[in-house]
Design a protein. Structure first.
Length: 280
């Protein structure tokens, strides 16, 4: 019979050795672990290739709340990005401080995540100040960094990847994420960006289910995903919410919901503890 207990001082390398895989099991090599997790993304990519190019609709830039306040166009859509800066910088302050005991490869993953979140505040504010295809690039680039850094950190933890394998995964995911934005900007084709944004959302719950938890607060991953799902729903309801409320639009609320997800991730990183499993 296996019981879990919290050991706050346990190091991640020791954790990787002491927690056995369970259920279906995890392949023995890092390459197989990564291939098993990312392999299904090829099916999603194949489906997107069949669909054909996905252009960015011009209507995407037509927001319902166009009010200029304090000299700021689309004011609430611009200033509602401030929480991203707060969440990202708060997380970076912890990550670079003395109380953070994560190994270097996980620090690299979450530095990309938190840095991307902080930069999203500026990129998104720049875009919403003057919405266009050209400014949208600067909104999506930092988001791609945040998404890919977070996915790399998540997979590194759950699959118990070695430091070198984790850093290679981070580099590959960052290259793909940034490349997907630049490909869209060059060819007006969103297929790769759709894959970069939505495959992690589909993969994270499956990996949570199939792998043992290395840390407490594992449920926070699902809470963060819920915040993101709510943000996407609010984005679709932009006009309906603005017409009903009159004070705030769905797009502004989208930013706040997504930022709430970022704060959930930051709080999880700061307060979780390592888990150790002992066979009795």
């Amino acid at each position: 019979m296996t019981h879990s207990r919290i050991q706050p001082g346990i190091s991640f390398p020791a954790l990787a050795r002491r927690v056995p895989a369970r259920g279906v099991g995890i392949p023995s090599t890092d390459a197989r672990k990564i291939a098993l997790t990312l392999g299904p993304s090829m099916l999603m990519l194949a489906a997107l290739l069949v669909v054909g190019p996905i252009a960015q609709p011009e209507a995407y830039h037509h927001f319902h709340d166009t009010r200029t306040l304090l000299g700021i166009p689309y004011c609430l859509n611009v200033v509602s990005n401030l929480p991203f800066a707060v969440a990202g910088l708060l997380g970076l302050h912890w990550l670079l401080g003395r109380t953070c005991t994560l190994p270097r490869h996980l620090k690299a993953c979450y530095a990309a995540t938190l840095g991307g979140i902080a930069l999203t505040a500026f990129g998104s504010a720049y875009y919403h100040w003057a919405p266009s295809h050209q400014t949208l690039v600067w909104d999506r680039l930092p988001m791609a960094i945040a998404f890919m850094g977070l996915f790399a950190g998540f997979l590194s933890e759950r699959l118990r990847l070695s430091g070198p394998a984790s850093l290679r995964l981070l580099a590959g995911l960052l290259a793909f994420g940034l490349g997907s934005v630049l490909y869209w900007a060059a060819f007006d084709d969103l297929r790769l960006y759709v894959l970069a944004q939505f495959y992690p959302i589909l993969a994270i719950p499956m990996v949570l289910w199939r792998t043992p938890a290395p840390f407490t607060r594992g449920g926070d991953w699902l809470v963060a995903l819920g915040c993101y799902a709510a943000a996407k729903a609010l984005e679709e309801l932009d006009g309906a919410i603005y017409l009903a409320a009159g004070l705030v639009s769905g797009h502004t609320l989208k930013h706040l919901a997504a930022a709430a997800g970022a704060f959930v991730i930051v709080r999880m990183l700061m307060h979780r503890q390592a888990m150790a499993c002992d066979r009795l």
